[in-house]
Structures are given as structure tokens and as C-alpha cells.
Design a protein around this ligand. Structure first.
Ligand code: ATP
Ligand code: MG
Length: 476
């Protein structure tokens, strides 16, 4: 190697790592290949940080050798799986012995035996994921492509290497993966592959929820999540894995009046939001769930037509149970989604009437630091098919945005806390935590937000005494 090239950054490049693997495997007289996602992504010019290495022999043994050779690396061995991982910079290089898998109807888990490279490729989910490149000395860089994966990459199609019914029945998660790759790569799913997904959709029930949700989140974070959801719906998977979303689909007509199809509306909102939510999984979840309670709040009357009163409130209350079922985190991320669902009508409602400063302050206070995200969601929620209407709404929305900024610049409400808190109220009146403390706290907050009193400690305290007296609470 040229001495000038021999610097640390080169050691961390996949090309250098492959050379090291090649020479170490050669010394061990072991055949070795790079396979799967890395090969696919390399051809597609996508950066990929996880590299799968298959060898005919012990993956662990080879990994140990590479880890000794490669500077700044760390080794992890998974004895139970017979695999090992070497971290080289930010590259995760996984070593595994080539294996053959056979599934039997009695068990969900396959019987795994040592196999050839071809047998290892047979067990892969899609032809585009079954491509291997030789790292062996005399065939270095050659493709091993028994299923025409290169052609399928070129034609942008997702197809299983073997009979799709067997592939999906063996591991039903592959159905989710097919739809995930279609959403990430904007590839079509081959017809008979898709038909097999429809046929085997019920089998998704045997897959662990965590694995399903991981794929669902990847669909949501992809560049084409609405394509993914349409495929999930069409395949019959959606009604099993996320029935609350499935029931948004459809239009009911009474007296010749129909409401909009909330499934397609939600996907439109998600699409509108895409450029403003790259990498923001939870903002996308908020979009998915913003109208989730429409089916259960839907009513028809002759005067107003269709109404969905309180769907924002009911929807926010549905968020925890949906998150629990999908094994999504029940922490502040869930609270953020809940908050956006709860508030999603508020900015729009401000466009309808002459806006008061007090209404603007209230929204700033309730949304806090999540105001920008809420505004992105609400702007994306303007999906009217009527072009003029849409322009009119968007214009009004810009006015609200400007006014919010004006009030925030002046009053600094977003991160504001009322000047008197619950503890101080309890200390002043020598009372224990009780409902009245909350009532008094809210009265002070509301009086300031409504402009009844100034945002000032002394005014707040004076106001507190008046209101406490009205509630029959006196200073002790
Ligand atoms: P990404 O890393 O973007 O999630 P990937 O295709 O690399 O995509 P991994 O989960 O890293 O997916 O898996 C690496 C490879 O292992 C895949 O390319 C595929 O060949 C194989 N593979 C993964 N999961 C399955 C599965 N459920 N059934 C069959 N083969 C699979
Ligand atoms: Mg991968």
C-alpha cells in the first residue's frame, strides 16, 4: 500500500476493510463474500453502515482475526447465534458462517445447518437482497447473482428468490419488509409476490410486535410512506396490524352527502408533511393519528351535514392505547404526539375569526416548544381539492403564523410559567395538595393569558387573594 494513503480514514473505509477480510480469509483458506443490504445499497448509491460478511467456515474465528488486524476496532461475539460483529469506525461488520435453513410446519423456527454460498442466498428474502460479491483472492469483486438480483435492481422490482408463498409463510415478517423496501426505494412489488402477501397476510399474527413495529417505523420514515400504507391496506396487513387506521378508509353517504375519505386524507397530510419532517418519526406519527377518532365521533344531521365534534380530544386519548399495542415508547415522545393530535385544530380555528391576542397567547402557552411542529402539521392538513380555497386557507394561515410570532416576540409565552406556582399557593394558605390549588393556579394563568392582569408577581398575588376568598380559602 502507498504510504501516503496509509492514514486512519482509509482504515475506516469499506474498501480497505474488504481487502483485510480478503487476505485474512485467504490465510485461513476460507471462502468469503459480502452479501445482502450493503451490496444492494452500494449499487443503488445509498450509504450503508452495516456490512454482512458470509464465510464458509467459522464467522467468529474470521472476525477475531480481522479485529486483531484492523486498527481502532472492537469485537462482539454472539456465541448462541454463531456470529460476531466488528465495529470499525462507524461501520458495523457482521460475520456469519454460510447457512442453510429449512422450515417445518410444526415450528416457527427453522432448522439451521452449515451450507454453501448458494444455499445461504436461497434463504434471503428478496432477489435484490440475495446478491453477493466475492472477496476471495482469485475472484475478488465478482458478483454471485443466482436469482438475477442485478436485473431486478435495474428494473426496480421486489421479488422473492423462491416461491413467494413459501418465503412468506416461513417468515411472515418478510411481507412487511417487502412493503418497507418498496417505500424506501420506490420499487414495485412483483405481481405474484404481492399476491402471496395477500394470501399469507393472516400469518403476520405470529410475528413479534416489536419486529412488525420496527418495519412500520421504517415505512413511516421512508421517502414514500403513503405508498407503504396503501400497500399495507391493499394486502390486508393493515387491518391486522393497525385496525384503527384501516377504519379511516371509506366514505359514508347520507341524503346524497358524503364526507371525505379520511384514510386518503391522512396520507395526503403525511405527504404534504414529508419535506418538513425528514428523520422526525414522531411528527409523522402525529400526522398519522391526527384524525384517528373521526370514525368514532362521526355524526350526520340535516343542518350541518357530517360532523366530527371532539375528534381531536378523543384522538389524543386514543394515542396511549395505540402506542401500547404497537409497543411504541410510552414516554415524552408519546406525550408529544398526543399534544399535537389534541391541538391540531387550534391554529386553523384561529384563521376563521378575528384573532384576539388572548387566543394567540393561549395557543403559544399550550403548544410551548412544539409550536413549530404543530404549525407544520396544521399547514399540511390543508388539503382542499379546490385550488382557490386552498390558496385562501394557506394565506390566512400565514397571517396566523405572523401574528403568533408577533405575540411571542412581545410576551415570550412559549416557555413561560405563571409567576406563582402550586407550592407557593399551598405555603401561603397552609393547605395540602387539593383540587383548589389547581383551580387557583389555572385562574392566575388564565387571567394573565387573557390580559386581565399583567404578567407580574404582585398583580398575580393580589389576584390570588381575591379568587381564594371567593373559594372560601383564607390566609392562615
Ligand atoms: P436495512 O439494513 O436497510 O434495514 P437490509 O436489507 O440490510 O436493510 P438487514 O436487516 O440489515 O436488512 O438484513 C441484512 C440482510 O439479511 C438482508 O439484505 C437479507 O439478505 C437478509 N435478511 C434480513 N432479514 C431477513 C428475513 N426476515 N428473511 C430473509 N432474509 C433476511
Ligand atoms: Mg442492513
Amino acid at each position: 500500500m502507498n504510504i501516503l494513503e496509509d492514514n486512519l480514514t482509509n482504515y475506516l473505509k469499506p474498501e480497505y476493510v474488504f481487502k483485510t477480510i480478503s487476505s485474512e480469509a485467504n490465510k485461513l483458506n476460507q471462502q468469503v463474500y459480502v452479501i445482502g443490504g450493503f451490496v444492494r445499497d452500494k449499487i443503488l448509491n445509498r450509504t450503508s453502515k452495516d456490512i454482512d460478511i458470509v464465510t464458509l467456515g467459522s464467522g467468529i474465528h474470521l472476525a477475531k482475526k480481522i479485529s486483531q488486524k484492523q486498527k481502532t476496532s472492537s469485537l462482539k461475539i454472539f456465541k448462541n447465534f454463531g456470529t460476531a460483529m466488528v465495529m470499525i469506525g462507524d461501520l458495523e461488520v457482521q460475520f456469519i458462517g454460510a447457512r442453510k435453513e429449512s422450515y417445518h410446519s410444526g415450528s416457527r423456527n427453522p432448522i439451521v445447518e452449515n451450507g454453501t454460498i448458494e444455499e445461504d442466498q436461497n434463504r434471503r428474502d428478496f432477489t435484490i437482497n440475495a446478491l453477493a460479491i466475492s472477496l476471495n483472492k482469485d475472484t475478488y469483486g465478482n458478483f454471485i447473482d443466482p436469482f438475477n438480483g442485478l436485473k431486478d435492481l435495474e428494473n426496480q422490482v421486489i421479488v422473492t428468490p423462491l416461491d413467494p408463498n413459501i418465503t412468506f409463510s416461513d417468515d411472515p415478517l418478510r411481507m412487511m419488509r417487502a412493503i418497507r423496501f418498496s417505500s424506501q426505494l420506490n420499487f414495485k412489488i412483483n405481481k405474484s409476490t404481492f399476491e402471496a402477501i395477500i394470501k399469507n397476510s393472516e400469518r403476520i399474527k405470529i410475528v413479534a410486535q416489536e419486529r412488525i413495529t420496527e418495519e412500520l417505523n421504517k415505512i413511516i420514515l421512508s421517502n414514500h410512506p403513503s405508498t407503504g400504507f396503501k400497500l399495507l391496506e391493499k394486502s390486508g396487513l393493515l387491518k391486522i396490524i393497525f385496525p384503527e387506521f384501516q377504519v379511516l378508509k371509506g366514505v359514508e353517504i347520507i341524503n346524497g352527502k358524503g364526507h371525505k375519505d379520511n384514510f386518503y386524507h391522512t396520507l395526503q397530510v403525511l405527504d404534504n408533511l414529508l419535506p418538513h419532517s425528514i428523520g422526525n418519526l414522531w411528527l409523522r406519527w402525529a400526522a398519522i393519528l391526527h384524525d384517528i377518532a373521526k370514525p368514532i365521533t362521526k355524526k350526520y344531521n340535516n343542518l350541518q351535514g357530517w360532523t366530527f365534534h371532539g375528534h381531536e380530544d378523543k384522538g389524543a386519548r386514543m394515542v396511549p392505547s395505540i402506542f401500547r399495542k404497537l409497543k411504541l415508547p410510552l414516554d415524552e415522545k408519546m406525550k408529544y404526539v398526543q399534544k399535537l393530535v389534541m391541538l391540531h385544530l387550534r391554529p386553523i380555528s384561529l384563521t376563521n375569526k378575528s384573532i384576539t391576542d388572548s387566543a394567540l397567547r393561549r395557543l403559544l402557552f399550550d403548544a410551548g416548544d412544539d409550536l413549530e411542529d404543530l404549525m407544520k402539521l396544521c399547514q399540511s392538513d390543508i388539503t382542499s381539492k379546490n385550488k382557490e380555497k386552498k390558496i385562501k386557507y394557506l394565506k390566512r394561515f400565514e397571517v396566523v403564523k405572523k401574528k403568533l410570532k408577533g405575540v411571542e416576540d412581545r410576551d415570550r409565552i412559549k416557555n413561560w410559567q405563571p409567576p406563582i406556582n402550586g407550592k407557593e399557593i399551598m405555603d401561603i394558605f397552609k393547605i395540602q395538595p387539593c383540587k383548589e390549588v389547581g383551580v387557583l393556579k389555572d385562574l392566575i394563568k388564565n387571567a394573565i393569558l387573557d390580559g386581565v392582569i399583567k404578567n407580574d408577581y404582585n398583580q398575580a398575588k393580589k389576584y390570588l387573594f381575591i379568587k381564594a376568598k371567593e373559594l372560601g380559602i383564607n390566609e392562615k
